[in-house]
Write a protein that binds this ligand. Structure first.
Ligand code: HEM
Length: 489
């Protein structure tokens, strides 16, 4: 039997090739509703793209627990070794628009939605353990420098370096962005990080601070700028091709999920602020503890429905996992759900890709596109509290222990008392080898092309505070690049 074409109302369509006209040469009759419906639907095919991380690639998978961490958290996803949980992952670039080329030097988003049996838990991270800024006031301005200039509609290296050179806390992340890690070959060949400090709390109500690390099991692999340009010359969709193709071929990529755990009171003693998003926790102080394996093993059937409409949010947390005093994290708890209500609509959490795989009960009512009706457990229960036994009720057994933080409300200067140089110095002086440092200098020199000398000098002043060799290396790379450009002319 053939599949019959219908209107969205389900009525059969007899002719999908010829419009209904008053004669063989037209005009079209208004009553040709199928034509109107087709055109009207086409006009509504686009939704706003994500304000950041617009270009992305995603797939479904499974998380399997390999190590018992129940002494740190009561989160049901970690309840038993061997327990499996379905998940969705989406990788992305930050600055480019929906049609941007995949192989651009940029931070990569690394977002994972775990469909746990106590609700969705989203880790909305990046492929870097830190970030450019530590105060959410600075996030919209930072993103403006990464996007297009309002007049020229071009991206502006001057704006980027002006902002970075006035925000020394950014240079740790700039060092990572300009290093080999700034241009991974494929999404499978990079790590993911929750980046922020979150918290775990266990059955006894004890809290621990935690950082999440997804370690690639495919090995790290990166392109140089020249290699990236060559790939973009062949295809602008290299990541989509790689991720989709790999999974379609049954060659499922994997990451090892590890955590760093800090006892609650250590946070008052570390020489750095452990809630500062521009800082890592040294592995020597807080070693990685293996937790489980994430495997991606199923491509979505419809990119738009399942990846474009995927709504990740740090506000999606489950009992056993909490926030921390990190100001950036707290701003994100607001920002993402707000973005989704604007981009996808009030009931974005009810879309199949976002819907929890556990029972959902709440008293929110009505609204556009409410197709699920009432979710209160009983039809007469449309308010709360009520005396209807079958209605949905709060469960105090899932209460989170209080965050033991106190202080006076004030606008604390996030610069004061902060060392923005030591960790970047350790990365430059001790972690990178000579070849890696040379590529870092070259990438920074290229990224600085065309910016005013005054801004370059301001940035170099900060690089020199990280390490004199760092600034000297960039100066040498800039001179070589200038000489190369002159020779080419
Ligand atoms: C105050 C700081 C931040 C704000 C206000 C913010 C805001 C946003 C917004 C509004 C979106 C678009 C959401 C959507 O329309 O679906 C987004 C996407 C994203 N952000 Fe942030 N962001 C912040 C910091 C960060 C940080 C620090 C990370 C990583 C550690 C991060 C990772 C991501 C990722 C991965 C996505 C894409 C998620 C997806 O695949 O759909 N963001 N951000």
């Amino acid at each position: 039997m053939t599949t019959r074409l219908t209107t969205t109302g389900g009525a059969p369509i007899a002719d999908n090739q010829n419009t209904l006209t008053a004669g063989p040469r037209g005009p079209v009759l208004l009553e040709d509703y199928q034509l109107i419906e087709k055109l009207a639907h086409q006009n509504r095919e686009r939704i706003p793209e994500r304000v950041v991380h617009a270009k992305g690639w995603g797939a479904y998978g499974t998380f399997t627990v390999t190590n018992d961490i129940t002494r740190y958290t009561r989160a049901s996803i970690f309840a038993d070794v061997g327990k499996k949980t379905e998940l969705l992952a989406r990788f992305s670039t930050v600055a480019g628009e929906l049609g941007a080329a995949d192989h651009e030097r940029d931070v990569r988003g690394f977002a994972v939605k775990f469909y746990t049996d106590e609700g969705n838990w989203d880790v909305v991270g990046n492929n870097t353990p830190i970030f450019f800024v530590r105060d959410p006031y600075k996030f919209p301005d930072f993103i403006h420098t990464q996007k297009r200039h309002p007049k020229s509609n071009l991206r502006s290296a001057t704006a980027m370096w002006d902002f970075w050179s006035l925000s020394p806390e950014a240079l740790h992340q700039v060092t990572i962005l300009m290093s080999d890690r700034g241009l991974p070959r494929t999404p499978m060949q990079m790590n993911g990080y929750g980046s922020h400090t979150y918290s775990f709390w266990n059955k006894d109500g004890e809290r621990f601070w935690v950082k999440f690390h997804f370690k690639t099991m495919q090995g790290h692999s990166h392109y140089t700028n020249r290699e990236g340009e060559a790939v973009i010359g062949r295809t602008r969709e290299g990541y989509q091709e790689a991720l989709f193709g790999t999974i379609e071929n049954g060659d499922f990529p994997k990451w090892k999920l590890c955590v760093q755990v800090m006892p609650e009171l250590d946070a008052e003693q570390t020489p750095y602020n452990p809630f500062d998003l521009t800082k890592i926790w040294p592995h020597s102080d807080y070693p990685l503890i293996e937790v489980g394996i994430m495997e991606l093993n199923r491509n979505p059937e419809n990119y738009f429905a399942e990846i474009e409409q995927a709504a990740f949010s740090p506000s999606n947390k489950v009992p056993g996992i909490g926030y921390s005093p990190d100001k950036m994290l707290q701003a994100r708890v607001f920002s993402y759900a707000d973005a989704h209500r604007y981009r996808l609509g009030t009931h974005y959490e009810a879309l199949p890709v976002n819907a929890p795989r556990c029972p959902v009960h709440h008293y929110h009512k009505d609204g556009q596109m409410n197709f699920f009706g009432q979710r209160t457990g009983h039809l007469d229960a449309y308010y709360e509290p009520n005396s209807i036994p079958a209605s949905a009720k709060e469960d105090p057994s899932t209460a989170e222990p209080p965050l033991r933080i106190s202080g006076d409300a004030a606008r604390y200067n996030h610069r004061e008392g902060n060392d923005d140089y030591s960790q970047a110095r350790a990365l430059h002086d001790r972690v990178m080898n000579d070849d890696e440092r040379q590529r870092l200098y070259g990438n920074i020199a290229e990224a600085m092309q065309g910016i005013p000398e005054e801004i370059a000098e301001r940035a170099l002043g900060h690089f020199a505070l990280i390490s004199p060799a760092y600034a000297d290396g960039i100066r040498a790379a800039r001179a070589a690049l200038g000489a190369g450009l002159q020779a080419a002319e």
